[in-house]
Design a protein around this ligand. Structure first.
Ligand code: UD1
Length: 422
């Protein structure tokens, strides 16, 4: 199992290219199940989660070919489709549940194992089930699998979700595009990854309006055709690398970044004492003078502060001047990085959904354990400015969501390497 070794050092300088969004790509790939014609995705990230989705789609009968070193995914689903998404693949990644909507739309039935994924809370499927049931599906849970059926096909409907779930919005969209009649999804998620999926579905011939707002209207069509679609920039990878110069000092330009993708995050950076400037190529990030200021953060659905940047933001606030409170409102149990940061000298108290961080002057390197995808990278960020050496173990979590993290950080002057362990 690999480890990442980081030695704290001084300011960083240079450019970091930001990849296409993992979370967008994981929703775009299953859209291939909706058409017999090929769907080509460009600007795809090269990550183990994408390989897991490739495996899952192949097991269902789709073809996914990685071209240009994995940056282009040529997908196609013209033959016979297997409606069963097996536990052995689904358990590796919660986003596997995104095949449920498209399978139902194309075949009228699907059998999908309940998912696994990051251990960050209960993560049930009730919002997905309610949304697809509104479109006429009958869904029951048997032996750990969701058995879904739409006798006579899916029918357009008005449905309001109890919470703006990202995955449930995506499943509803991919089911409603081929349903009979008009559907309206109220309290829909507004994340940029939803907008990206809608743009792709529209390129495939779907009729959708209102993406990026809480009400999305879908006019069902008989069939979708092929398309080529570029995956939107990964706003979480972007925010993560923006924090590197914020923590270490220096100036880093994140290529492909846009303020609109990370606006609420930029507001918090500004309050913390980090300057962000939009350039023609991306976002230039520089720590203003002196120590980082403490700031309070509340995670919320987009356009609020993203839960997927909470752990990384905590790494920054560990050495801020004063006390910060981070409130996690999306997932319970998403402070598993806090005890690891405390091994590095951070002063953090966790109570339920709140973490209180008392800033210390400097962290000290230590052996730490990655517990989930975003927690792993927060430990790397913390290690970048800590005194001495930090060894982050169990980095397989990291490889699910960050391509070549050590190369990207080394290119801007960080002391970081991957160590292969038996
Ligand atoms: C997506 C992202 C993930 C991000 C999350 C929130 C992908 C592949 N993953 O996950 O990185 O952290 O959005 O921005 O895009 N919930 C229910 N019932 C459901 C569905 C969700 O109670 O049926 C709860 C979850 O337990 C969680 C909250 O709703 O507490 C948010 O989940 P959701 O928005 O669905 O996140 P995902 O789509 O799983």
């Amino acid at each position: 199992m690999d480890s990442i070794v980081v030695r704290g050092n001084g300011p960083l300088k240079g450019q970091i290219p930001i990849a296409g969004a993992k979370n967008a790509c994981l929703a775009l790939m299953p859209a291939t199940l909706l058409s017999e014609e090929p769907l080509t995705l460009t600007n795809a990230p090269r990550l183990s989660d994408i390989r897991t989705m490739t495996q899952l789609l192949a097991s269902l009968g789709a073809e996914v070919t990685a071209l240009q070193d994995g940056k282009v995914l040529a997908t196609s689903c013209h033959g016979e489709i297997n409606p069963v998404a097996d536990y052995d693949i689904v358990r590796k990644m919660r986003a596997s549940n995104l095949v449920l909507g498209p399978l139902l739309a194309r075949l009228g039935h699907a059998v999908v194992s309940l998912p696994g994924g990051c251990a960050i809370g209960a993560r049930p499927m009730d919002i997905h089930i309610d949304a697809l049931t509104a479109l006429g599906a009958e869904i029951e849970l048997k032996d750990g699998y969701l058995h879904a059926q739409a006798k006579g096909g899916l029918k357009g409907a008005v449905h309001e979700m109890r919470f703006a779930s990202v995955g449930a919005t995506e499943n509803f969209l991919m089911a409603a595009v081929l349903a009979k009649g008009t559907s309206v999804l109220k309290n829909a998620a507004r994340e940029p990854e939803i907008v990206d999926l809608v743009q792709c579905l529209r390129a495939m011939g779907a009729q959708i309006e209102g993406e990026g707002t809480s009400d999305i209207v879908i006019e069902g069509v008989d069939r979708l055709h092929g398309a080529t679609h570029p995956v939107v920039t990964d706003r979480i990878e972007l925010g993560t690398y923006m924090l590197a110069p914020a923590i270490c000092g220096g100036e880093v330009e994140c290529l492909g970044g846009k303020i609109a993708l990370v606006e609420s995050f930029c507001e918090k950076l500004d309050a913390a004492g980090v300057a962000v400037e939009e350039t023609e190529r991306g976002l230039k990030v520089k720590r203003k003078n002196g120590r980082i200021n403490a700031v309070d953060v509340v995670t919320e659905p987009f356009p609020g502060f993203p839960t997927d940047l909470q752990a990384q933001m905590m790494a920054l606030l560990c050495t801020a001047e004063g006390t910060s409170v981070l409130e996690e409102r999306i997932f319970e149990n998403r402070f598993m990085h806090a005890p690891e940061l405390m091994r590095m000298g951070a002063k953090i108290e966790v109570q339920g959904g709140h973490a209180t961080v008392h800033g210390v002057e400097r962290l000290k390197g230590a052996p730490v354990m990655a517990t989930d995808l975003r927690a792993s990278v927060s430990l790397i960020l913390a290690g970048l400015a800590a005194e001495g050496e930090t060894v982050v173990r169990r980095v397989y979590h990291l490889d699910r969501g960050y391509e070549r993290v050590e190369d990207k950080l080394r290119a801007v002057g960080a002391h970081i390497e991957r160590v292969r362990e038996e």
